[in-house]
Ligand binder design. Structure first.
Ligand SMILES: [Zn+2]
Ligand SMILES: [Zn+2]
Length: 211
């Protein structure tokens, strides 16, 4: 079951240009089995998400993308509406209480532009980033990142023994589904999504979404 775990829609994510009807159309066109809406610091109302799923005849799950002092983190199974920036420790505590799941989003986004690459950061050095002590998984396939940036995340995940997920991070229609997480089992609701994430019954896949 192919699910895009990382999607931003307008207007709930101010930075997104992706409308709901075109999103649904696209999901069907590229035959995704489901999507997860991960707006910035906004969790979808349960009823609104159910309505979107019903009207669009697609599977819709809800997550949230939090910005922390250690970078962006995707959170699942955590409905609390928190607007302010949290430290990674604070977020971990909150999510732990809710029995949720945390994924370090695009951990090496822009690592070349910041010049870290020129310093020849090794995988071992990359593994020491603090965020990895507080997450359950690492996003190793992100649609907005270069192959090099995703590769670094993959190597770090392998080295640390953390599972790797995939999601497009779409903010525009043509970005939807570029990377997906492929689950072994059928998933019918958010509880099952959480269970499958925790049991690590998934892999990642890059999709050719052209056309
Ligand atoms: Zn955004
Ligand atoms: Zn994002």
């Amino acid at each position: 079951m192919r699910i895009d775990l990382h999607i931003h829609t307008a207007p709930r994510s101010a930075c997104s240009h992706l409308g709901l009807s075109e999103l649904i159309q696209r999901v069907k066109q590229i035959k995704l089995d489901g999507i997860c809406l991960t707006e910035h610091h906004v969790v979808w109302d349960r009823g609104d998400a159910a309505k979107l799923a019903e009207e669009g005849e697609i599977k819709v799950f809800r997550g949230n993308e939090f910005t922390t002092n250690q970078g962006d983190v995707l959170v699942f199974g955590f409905d609390k509406d928190i607007k302010e920036l949290l430290t990674i420790q604070e977020l971990r505590e909150e999510v732990k209480k809710a029995d949720g799941f945390m994924i370090a989003a695009h951990p090496f986004r822009g690592f070349k532009t910041f010049g870290i690459n020129q310093l020849q950061m090794t995988v071992e050095q990359a593994c020491r980033r603090k965020v990895f002590d507080f997450v359950d998984a690492i996003e190793i396939g992100n649609g907005k990142l270069s192959d090099d940036e995703n590769d670094m995340a993959r190597k770090v995940a392998e080295t640390l023994g953390l599972p790797g997920t995939g999601g497009s991070d779409a903010h525009r229609i043509d970005e939807v589904g570029k990377w997906v997480t492929v689950f072994e089992n059928d998933i019918h609701n958010e509880q099952e999504l959480l269970e499958e994430l925790k049991a690590v019954r998934f892999s990642v896949s890059k999709t050719d979404t052209n056309g």
